[in-house]
Design a protein around this ligand. Structure first.
Ligand SMILES: Nc1nc2c(ncn2[C@@H]2O[C@H](COP(=O)(O)OP(=O)(O)OP(=O)(O)O)[C@@H](O)[C@H]2O)c(=O)[nH]1
Ligand SMILES: [Mg+2]
Length: 365
């Protein structure tokens, strides 16, 4: 499973620059180049490297995140219906949204609002997401109204319940509460899941900072998170242009660069970690002669479901899972040593997989 994150933001906010920095790509930036770019970031994972070494696997396979830089902004989509259909369906398919907001100051780069104000732009982007959901709801309510007129008595309750729910969330959206902050129970979430509402998606706002902000990024992040952050919206600062240059350097120069500019953690790692947290993802590990590999999964899934990520046959024919925790395996250095300590576990189909479980699935098809 690769995660799919859609990049949105105002024109010339630095979306393509941030995309390049996350995926080590070299897409052209500037001059309003509103083209779509797709790139993959491998999630660096030291555990995979060390397992590969210990078990002499032929290759290391990391979790992947797919970033889509859509080019067009939501604002232009609102003006152009054809664009809006394509953009909405691409964004609708994303697991999370990454919104780039400009904070860098540069006279030579025009800002569509005429001035640089990250807080104003975050607010505006949140509103755009709410508006896009409101438009979908209004269209659906209209259709429901027509359907209800000719509905059979057996269909009526379902349609009425849906209209009631949509009416309720519409009111909240109009009052400025995005869907991800509305109290929705599981059955309601299921009813609305096919609409792919944008304000329901986890949102990561990346404030694209310039060199002039480097001394104050921590304070900036804290203030913006206090004002806009919630359990599914996190705000991060990233020096996009600087870090894009970083991606092209060798390891030693990269370290020097990071310390010269007082950057504690490279942007790619910071964004990946926040995306994993925001989406509630953990990883389990597999290892063998062929490969050592990390598998991202949502927190709380069972061993057979996790097995299904590796192959659907393994889920279908699941017998049991042999589980060792990564820290135990590394501390003791081998399976026999782990067994001797009694830390080798055999788990059944109700076992909830934990972050860092090294798993061997036994199955029968
Ligand atoms: N000084 C400075 N310029 C930046 C920074 N980030 C981006 N830029 C410049 O801003 C311009 C726009 O950057 P892009 O990454 O193309 O922005 P975008 O949002 O993809 O723009 P469009 O897709 O054309 O709307 C480019 O000229 C970048 O070089 C930054 O941190 N500092
Ligand atoms: Mg661009």
């Amino acid at each position: 499973m690769s995660l799919n994150i859609g990049i949105i933001g105002l024109e010339m906010s630095g979306r393509t620059t941030i995309f390049n920095c996350l995926t080590s790509s070299g897409a052209d930036t500037g001059r309003s180049r509103q083209e779509e770019h797709i790139g993959i970031a491998r999630v660096p994972d030291e555990r995979v490297d060390r397992l590969k070494e210990l078990f002499k696997s032929r290759k290391a396979v990391y979790a992947e995140v797919k970033y889509v830089d859509l080019g067009a902004s939501l604002k232009s989509a609102a003006r152009d219906f054809n664009l809006s259909g394509k953009l909405l369906s691409e964004l609708g398919a994303a697991d999370a949204l990454l919104c780039v907001v400009r904070s860098f100051k540069d006279e030579s780069v025009p800002h569509p609002q005429g001035s640089v104000d990250p807080a104003r732009d975050i607010e505006a982007m949140e509103l755009e997401l709410n508006f896009s959901d409101l438009a979908i709801i209004e269209r659906r309510l209209e259709r429901l109204g027509i359907q209800l007129k000719s509905a059979r008595s057996t269909e009526r309750p379902g349609l009425e319940a849906e209209a009631g729910l949509l009416g309720r969330i519409k009111k909240e959206l109009e009052a400025g509460t995005p869907l991800r902050r509305q109290p929705l129970i599981e059955s309601e979430l299921k009813t609305i899941s096919s609409y792919q509402f944008l304000s329901l998606k986890p949102l990561l706002t990346v404030v694209n900072t310039g060199e002039e902000d480097l001394g104050s990024t921590v304070e900036m992040e804290e203030a913006l998170n206090r004002r806009f952050g919630d359990k599914c919206h996190r705000i991060l600062a990233l020096a996009g242009k600087l870090e894009m240059e970083l991606a092209g350097l060798d390891e030693t120069s990269r370290q020097d660069f990071l310390s010269d500019f007082n950057i504690a953690e490279p942007g790619l790692q910071k964004v990946l970690r926040a995306s994993f947290d925001l989406l509630g993802l953990i990883s389990f590990l597999t290892t063998g002669e062929d490969e050592s590999r990390a598998w991202p999964i949502p927190r709380g899934i069972s061993a057979p479901q996790a097995a299904g990520r590796v192959h659907s046959d393994i889920e279908r024919g699941f017998i049991r899972a042999e589980v060792v925790s990564y820290p135990d395996l590394m501390r003791l250095g081998s399976y026999p040593a782990v067994k001797k300590e009694g830390l080798f576990r055999v788990e059944g189909k109700n076992y909830i997989v934990q972050d860092g479980d090294v798993i061997n699935f036994l199955f029968n098809v």
